[in-house]
Design a protein around this ligand. Structure first.
Ligand SMILES: Nc1ncnc2c1ncn2[C@@H]1O[C@H](COP(=O)(O)OP(=O)(O)OP(=O)(O)O)[C@@H](O)[C@H]1O
Length: 390
């Protein structure tokens, strides 16, 4: 990766105060999203994917605390922005698409007006760059702000594949199918001329054939307009079809990060391997898909060490030690590492014995747990005790 990242997240920690105690929903997560890529965040329900996205956009309830060493979007610290400044960012440079389109659309406003409204709110930034100048202008005929925004709404409906957009723009959400509504939400997300779209399970509520169309739409937009996409999903099949790079999350922590190709060719973390076992394959002779036994741990008073260890059939003595990032790249010269596994099995001092069990061969076990730590981003990548990263 030679480009500067569009979004850089370092050691993100989000917790919620509840009556039962403090929920550590996101616990030391670091990643970058580069211009023009689809970055997948995958993991089971409750792994902290949505909370990660909502933390970046400051969209969480008041019982939350969000801390990080850095959340930089185009070099600017998002966590230092005021509510008013974040309102400009949301729906403008960064837009978010949620799972259920009906929650994002106003039932008593035409879809054209809803898209036009977002355009008007962010019109000045839309005029100053982004993909608008290159867009085909075949529908633009009016000159007043109102007619200009209406015409842009029609253009956007056309771009996201709504047939007869001029007529459709005058309709209300309930007059459209679920797939069409999600296209409208994508058009609305584009109306602010974003550089990053965060899509949280955007196809989960849709049937499979529509899902494929919507995902293709997102990939086309990325290609045609150089928009980056952070795609949150629990579905490894969706990751395979859509993403360039992927972060695998579990219990609020990163388990592995790699390019899509590397992750599927050589998954290093037992959790990733488990998720991959749950995808159906054309060549399958399995009667049942593999499932990962057990459930995500309670995120209140989470013990140190790998949160997956109680479900992991390769867990060994070192797994109760704080997790660190191990370089799992086949190309050891890549800087920063393009394949990172947060799993002690990748420590240089761990070997597999004749029974297939991992063994720490260091004298005074654990002493050198950091021996193979990825150094690219220095201490920020150590997600251990949380004590010295304030
Ligand atoms: N407002 C809140 N108060 C307390 N806990 C919360 C709150 N919001 C989220 N959580 C907890 O944070 C954890 C992570 O939730 P999150 O929604 O990010 O998971 P997810 O990976 O996106 O799962 P899903 O795919 O089901 O949406 C969960 O344990 C959830 O219960």
């Amino acid at each position: 990766m030679n480009d500067e990242p569009l979004l850089e997240v370092r050691n993100l920690r989000t917790s919620f105060k509840t009556e039962r105690g403090t929920v550590d929903a996101v616990d030391g997560v670091s990643f970058e999203i580069y211009p023009g890529e689809v970055f997948g965040v995958v993991g089971e329900s409750g792994s902290g994917k949505s909370v990660t996205a909502l933390s970046l956009l400051q969209l969480l309830d008041s019982n939350s605390t969000v801390e990080a060493d850095a959340v930089r979007f185009k070099g600017e610290n998002l966590l230092a922005k005021s509510d008013a400044e974040m309102q400009d960012v949301r729906g403008g440079e960064i837009s978010m698409i949620f799972q259920d389109p009906s929650t994002s659309l106003n039932p008593v406003m035409t879809i054209g007006e809803q898209i036009a409204e977002v355009y008007r709110q962010h019109a000045s930034s839309a005029e100053s760059g982004g993909f608008w100048p290159e867009m085909k202008r075949k529908y633009v005929t009016g000159t007043s702000k109102k007619s200009e925004s209406w015409q842009r709404a029609i253009e956007l409906l056309d771009i996201v594949g709504i047939p007869d957009p001029e007529a459709r723009a005058t309709e209300y959400p309930h007059q459209l199918s679920g797939g069409m509504r999600q296209r409208v939400v994508i058009a609305q997300a584009l109306a602010g001329d974003p550089e990053l779209i965060i899509a949280d399970e955007p196809t989960t509520a849709l049937d499979v054939s529509i899902e494929a169309q919507i995902l293709n739409e997102l990939v086309d937009l990325k290609n045609d307009y150089d928009v980056s996409v952070m795609l949150i999903t629990h579905d490894m099949g969706v990751v395979r079809e859509t993403c360039n790079r992927v972060a695998v999350m579990y219990a609020g922590e990163l388990m592995e990060q790699a390019t899509d190709d590397d992750l599927f060719a050589e998954p290093h973390h037992p959790y990733t391997q488990g998720l991959l076992g749950s995808i159906p394959r054309i060549t399958d002779d399995r009667e049942w898909l593999d499932v990962i036994e057990g459930t995500v741990p309670d995120l209140i008073d989470k013990p140190a060490g790998c949160p997956f260890r109680d479900r992991c059939d390769r867990a060994f003595e070192m797994c109760d030690q704080p997790l660190v990032a191990y370089d799992a790249s086949s190309d050891s010269n890549s800087e920063p590492s393009e394949h990172t596994a947060y799993c002690h099995l990748h420590n240089d001092h761990v070997e597999t014995n004749a029974d297939g069990h991992a063994v720490d061969i260091t004298e005074g076990a654990h002493a050198e747990v950091e021996s193979k730590r990825v150094d690219a981003k220095s201490d920020e990548m150590v997600r251990a005790d949380g004590g010295d990263n304030q």
